[in-house]
Design a protein around this ligand. Structure first.
Ligand SMILES: Nc1ncnc2c1ncn2[C@@H]1O[C@H](COP(=O)(O)OP(=O)(O)O)[C@@H](O)[C@H]1O
Ligand SMILES: [Mg+2]
Length: 254
């Protein structure tokens, strides 16, 4: 599966990308997690320390991936993907290494060409942790144009839900026909509000990940969430994973 994790800034895309990657990996799948944030942190959430995260190689911009392109998928993975202690492989695709280096469109085009390839020989699931917002669904013909399914991450706010709605409309234009709505950081009191907002904006609310002090504490020191501390967060992530696996087996979810 090629999974795009999308949503407004700060809703928990990176946190959920890492948890989802670990959950799929624990089911015996080979998982590649692609960080497309120009300020990449996914490595930390997958158990690399800060020095290792800083040392991750960045995929060169504007290369075309594929047997007729600049690098095959296997070459790209060999040169630019790194193992993490969680068992998930991570790739930093859009890091901005120097000031005034220009826009990141070329990096988005590279990710687009990667997702356009058959990746089965190298990985079972590719999770793309997207930069905030919705530009990646329009830029360079759509970074996520070849995604099979989008995970729409939302906190309990109108802006987050509207962002998800806009994402669905752009996804439909790109021909992506599956998405899963995920509430994140949701307290018990916020559940009804989020459900109402989603209902009012025609956004599905399939999974709700609770607000978790353990996530905040782990994030503060740049560590992955330990399973033992995760409690109901892990149950929600497992439910998301099951839905994704199910979606991957269905012709179309929505
Ligand atoms: N379920 C959760 N409960 C509490 N805090 C969370 C949860 N998920 C994410 N966070 C916190 O929200 C902040 C933003 O998360 P992050 O994953 O970096 O968001 P994004 O990638 O969407 O910008 C981080 O400080 C993170 O610890
Ligand atoms: Mg992020």
């Amino acid at each position: 599966m090629k999974i795009g994790v999308v949503g407004k800034g700060g809703v928990g895309k990176t946190t959920l990308s890492a948890l989802l990657a670990r959950s799929l990996q624990e089911r015996g799948r080979r998982v590649l997690a692609v960080d497309t944030d120009s300020n990449p942190n996914l490595g930390l959430s997958l158990g690399l320390d800060s020095a290792q995260t800083e040392a991750l190689p960045t995929v060169p911009r504007s290369i075309v991936v594929g047997s007729r392109g600049d690098l095959t998928v296997a070459e790209l993975m060999a040169d630019y993907a790194a193992p993490t202690p969680t068992g998930v492989t991570v790739m930093s695709a859009l890091r901005v290494n120097e000031a005034a280096a220009g826009c990141t469109c070329g990096g988005h085009a590279t990710v687009r060409s990667l997702l356009g390839e058959a990746l089965e020989s190298e990985t079972d699931d590719t999770i793309v942790d997207m930069e905030a917002g919705i530009e990646h669904l329009s830029r360079s013909g759509g970074t996520l144009a070849h995604a099979d399914v989008l995970v729409l991450v939302m906190e309990a706010s109108l802006k987050a839900v509207i962002t998800a709605r806009r994402t669905i409309l752009l996804a439909q234009e790109l021909g992506i026909d599956r998405w899963i709505g995920v509430g994140n950081k949701i307290s018990d009191e916020q559940r009804d509000l989020l459900a109402e907002l989603c209902d009012g904006h025609d956004v599905p609310l399939d999974v709700v990940v609770p607000a978790s002090d353990a996530i905040v504490a782990a994030d503060r020191i740049g560590r992955p969430l330990y399973r033992a501390d995760a409690g109901d967060v892990w149950q929600a992530v497992e439910s998301l994973t099951s839905r994704l696996v199910h979606a991957g087996q269905q012709p179309a979810l929505q």
